[in-house]
Design a protein around this ligand. Sequence first.
Ligand code: SF4
Length: 378
Amino acid sequence: MAANLLDHDLDGLAAFCEQLGEKRFRATQLFRWIHQKGASDFDQMSDLAKSLREKLARTAEVRPLPVLTEQASTDGTIKWLFDVGAGNAVEAVFIPEDDRGTLCVSSQAGCAVGCRFCSTGHQGFSRNLSTGEILAQLWYAEHHLRTRLKLAPGERAITNVVMMGMGEPLQNYAALVPALRVMLDDHGYGLSRRRVTVSTSGVVPFMERLREDCPVALAVSLHAPTDPLRDELVPLNRKYPIAELLDSCKRYLEAAPRDFITFEYCMLDGVNDSEDQARELVALLRGRVSCKLNLIPFNPFPASGLKCSPRARVQAFAKVLMDAGIVTTVRKTRGDDIDAACGQLAGEVQDRTNVQQRLTRQPIRIHATTGGSRQETR
Ligand code: SF4
């Protein structure tokens, strides 16, 4: 099978070109054609020698992912479902705002972490995406949107990327890092380190490696102020509990000292949303790690058995945090009419694990101290 050139960062492409007997600057030209101009036809690449174009045509391709569906929300959000073969499909979501265009990208077909409140988690896990499959989402969205939005030459549609689609990106580390490098590369998408965010449920060993290899912005799914509750909501917490996670966050910022960690906190009615729990969160975070809190209204789906916190409770929770000096935002829900909001991405997953069964069979038992009473949600 022909090599997929989307699988390579610039160093990888240079190594590939070397095998063809070509110099590094040829790889740079090729890389710019692919990522900056969106070209996939080697004949278009007019500054490459004809002999190289012929060699490329024989050995390589720029392999897009077939688009199965596209849905556009009334608020401008666009969601694409990409076919990744063998009955699996992954989603990417474009979220336009006045001053930016953000693309939410998937890293795996499904997810093995199995967070209770996450629609992807309930689908189970099939496989990791390759670097090329991660980048094909960005490549397609950027170049499709440039045409669709009639952007001027040199204008970019996507200014920010968040690895927050389907999957736990740090459980697909080997494919993730080259993809991040292409996003950051000035010959690729030229995004600054702060405009590319990896969102993790807390895979501590790979947070340590990312800090060394490619310290982009980091968002951590926290969702609970205590280990017993986080054990229920984010099962990975049993392996990497909160204290270990926060120590790793602190070390991460040593590689990016002017940055902060964004903690994601999904607001679940009667589970993690009391003012007492907000105070526990303050005690946990204040002075320990430079951070922002992002409160996410939960997008309910039937299998979760969970409900979204009432607005007033979200505001009361946010007030406790803000009064304690923690920068806190309540995320706007975007694209919920097309199931593109956070935690709603489900795609199509041929589950090869027992995650789906585990989450479906077991009743959800979430114990939280709310106003002194112990609560169980099913
Ligand atoms: S929230 Fe993230 S890590 Fe958790 S199940 Fe969903 S995709 Fe996986």
